[in-house]
Design a protein around this ligand. Structure first.
Ligand code: SF4
Length: 687
């Protein structure tokens, strides 16, 4: 029982794996985690947790955990003291700025880190270095959500509370596999379907939820925009749109009507491969529901036209008046990482300050300048892919990477490795000697989420406390302390000495967070942003009175379908889709060092039986996979979760080299990589 002496200490915190944000009780005895249990009163999880949050904690005391700073000398990484390591980085930053200007330094902040750490990193880059070269890995997953939702509705978050989704009478789940990637949310969606909500799943793969779907739409990868326009076409053609809402609260209908005339079900079938009858059935389910909900994942965003996809999906909610009215459950983006929402909210973005004020906007800059006391750079900084290009081109002198294994998880890793090799100083803050850390010049040992103090923001904008259950091992430090040490070595004082002070400063700067503090979150539990004042509740459902766009109206988007960046052809006939599996998490740095490894011991390539027969493959065969960008080796797993002509694999293991195959090209609006469409060829290895 929590709190008893025999149980050791029990600390209530927020899961550091996915963006669902389950509340966990971490029990520590003898200086080690003895158990992690879901909190029965957790606002998102109500006593549930998945195999990651519940069991994947053994990495904390793994024998290869980094416990001392490392500095490269004579080609080898050698242990050094903190002063020497920090002094080395500070010197390199100072010299880079003096020799070639502040834009020769760049930082990749982390969606794994707390809000307070992200706040401090972006403040360091803007205030101490004088550049907007700071980004976070939402660039590679949900940056199209931020861009698309902001353009359609005004704010860069999901529109409603997840509880509303559970009360929906029709769930449209798109480009997501929540049963594996967000298991607690997936279970709640399934429960809603089993209670009677219509379930429409749109995903090329037979993901777990599809088994329970009333309609499963399987579009060809890269054709989402046409699919969503097809659904919208039927909703309008059959008189299912909410005309009063469209008249009173939206803009752009005439342009959209004109565009949608070109997307009748037969035409959409041609583009997407989805039978016209299924499309019509799905549109009727969504269009006739009293409380329809849209829940989507990276299958919508990780495309060449990911932002167009988000906006075309948002169109459906707008057409039905399912957002801002209480008559529907709006649009929910299932965020991948624990704090991908918060890292962007905190301004770890090259074009936006905390709270999303643009760096180019004098008013937004002025607000930050008054709080921070220095003039700020007004030119947008580099996005992550542009940082690598700048490094390869000799324009970057220091690249600081916090908690991201870019050499495993970013696309076209051959080019990422080349970028790191070309950059004079690469600094990596990590738990382990990851694929990225082992190529760095300085490695700084960092604390993990059960060792940290701060807050995360989950996928329905809940700001939740993160509390340290045990100390970091050896000399490892929280990212918060490392950023402060680096600032001090450069003669700067960032203020906000504690995470609580950092959130308080952010609250002064950011209307979205104005009413938030650690003390309030400790007292009340989770609070959703916008939280405009300390004595007012957070906001579960957005836009009840007006949308947060400049004219207060929801904006329908009329962008046409455009094809993906690469189509399969005779040389590369199969389409590779990448994603996650249930036992592991992203680069697998943490989960591979836990018993979860026994549940899922390696990356594999899912191949449809028809393709396997044509290629002469048997289940378990080692296969060579080639794209126009690189090669990888995997084990074939023959099964019909993938459609014919498509293959799927995760990216949890460094050895398989999956991201050597994927392409750097990305969403035209945000540079989010097109992970979901990579033409490849496959053959049995050794032939
Ligand atoms: Fe953690 Fe996500 Fe699993 Fe909840 S569903 S326990 S937040 S990994």
């Amino acid at each position: 029982p929590p709190g008893s002496a025999a149980a050791g200490t029990v600390t209530r915190t927020t899961c550091g794996y996915c963006g669902v944000g389950c509340t966990l009780q971490v029990r520590v005895t003898g200086g080690e985690v003895a158990a992690v249990l879901p909190a029965r009163d957790g606002p998102v999880n109500s006593g549930h947790a998945c195999v990651k949050g519940r069991f994947a904690y053994g990495f904390l005391r793994a024998p290869d955990r980094l416990t001392r700073p490392l500095l490269r000398r004579g080609g080898r990484l050698e242990p050094v003291g903190w002063d020497e390591a920090i002094g080395h980085v500070a010197r390199a930053m100072r010299e880079a700025v003096a020799a070639a200007g502040p834009d020769t330094v760049a930082a990749i902040s982390s969606a794994r880190a707390t809000n307070e750490e992200n706040y401090l990193v972006q403040k360091f880059m803007r205030v101490v270095i004088g550049t907007n070269n700071v980004d976070n890995c939402s660039r590679l997953c949900h940056s199209p959500s931020a861009a698309g939702l902001t353009a359609s509705f005004g704010l860069a978050g999901g529109t409603d509370a997840f509880e509303d989704v559970e009360r929906a009478d029709c769930l449209l789940v798109v480009g997501a596999n929540p049963a594996e990637a967000h298991p607690v949310a997936g279970a709640r969606l399934l429960a809603a379907a089993l209670r009677g909500a219509r379930l429409v799943v749109a995903d090329p793969r037979a993901v777990g939820l599809a088994r329970y779907a009333d309609v499963h739409l399987r579009p060809r990868p890269g054709t989402n925009v046409a699919l969503f326009h097809g659904l919208a076409h039927v909703i309008l053609a059959e008189g299912l749109a909410d005309e009063d809402f469209l008249r009173d609260r939206t803009t752009g209908l005439a342009e959209l009507r004109e565009l949608l005339a070109g997307y009748p079900p037969r035409a959409v079938q041609e583009i997407t491969g989805v039978p016209a009858a299924d499309l019509v059935a799905a549109a009727r389910h969504y269009g006739r529901a009293r409380r329809p909900a849209i829940v989507y994942g990276l299958g919508v965003t990780e495309h060449l036209h990911g932002t167009d996809g988000v906006r075309a999906l948002a169109n459906l909610a707008i057409l039905r008046g399912a957002v801002g009215t209480g008559r529907g459950a709006g649009v929910t983006a299932l965020r991948g990482q624990n704090n991908v929402q918060g890292a962007s909210d905190m301004g770890a973005l090259p074009d936006a300050l905390p709270g999303y004020g643009k760096v180019t906007d004098p008013a937004a800059r002025g607000r930050a300048e008054r709080v921070w006391g220095v003039p700020l750079p007004d030119r947008p900084g580099l996005r992550i892919p542009d940082m690598f290009a700048a490094a390869r081109g000799g324009r970057l002198r220091v690249l600081w990477i916090i908690g991201e294994d870019v050499c495993q998880t970013d696309p076209e890793t051959g080019r990422v490795v080349a970028a790191l090799a070309a950059c004079p100083l690469v600094v990596c803050q990590e738990l382990f000697l990851s694929e990225t850390a082992r190529r760095a010049d300085v490695v700084l040992p960092a604390a993990a989420w059960p060792e940290k103090d701060g807050t995360f923001v989950n996928f329905d904008r809940r700001v939740q406390r993160v509390r340290p259950a045990l100390p970091a091992p050896g000399e490892a430090r929280a990212d918060f302390a490392i950023v402060h040490a680096l600032a001090a070595a450069l003669g700067a004082d960032l203020g906000c000495r504690t995470p609580a002070e950092a959130l308080a400063e952010c609250a002064r700067l950011t209307p979205l967070f104005a009413g938030l503090s650690h003390e309030r979150l400790d007292r009340e539990g989770a609070v959703r942003w916008p939280a405009p004042a300390a004595d007012r509740p957070g906001t579960a459902s957005l836009y009840r009175e007006r949308f947060a766009t400049p004219d207060g109206r929801a904006h329908l988007a009329a962008a046409p379908y455009l094809p993906p960046g690469e189509e399969p052809d005779a040389d590369y006939p199969l389409i590779l889709i990448t994603g996650r599996r249930w036992a592991h998490y992203n680069s697998g740095t943490m989960t591979r060092r836990t018993p979860n490894l026994r549940l899922d011991p390696r990356d594999q390539l899912d191949v449809h039986p028809d393709d396997a027969a044509r290629l002469g493959l048997r289940d378990g065969d080692e296969v060579a996979v080639e794209s126009r960008h690189g090669r990888a080796r995997l084990r074939a797993a023959v099964g019909d979760q993938v459609a014919p002509g498509q293959v799927f694999c995760a990216f949890h293991f460094p050895g398989s080299g999956v991201n050597r195959l994927t392409a750097t090209r990305g969403d035209t609006a945000t540079s989010c990589p097109e992970y979901k469409v990579t033409p490849v060829r496959v053959r049995r290895a050794g032939r």
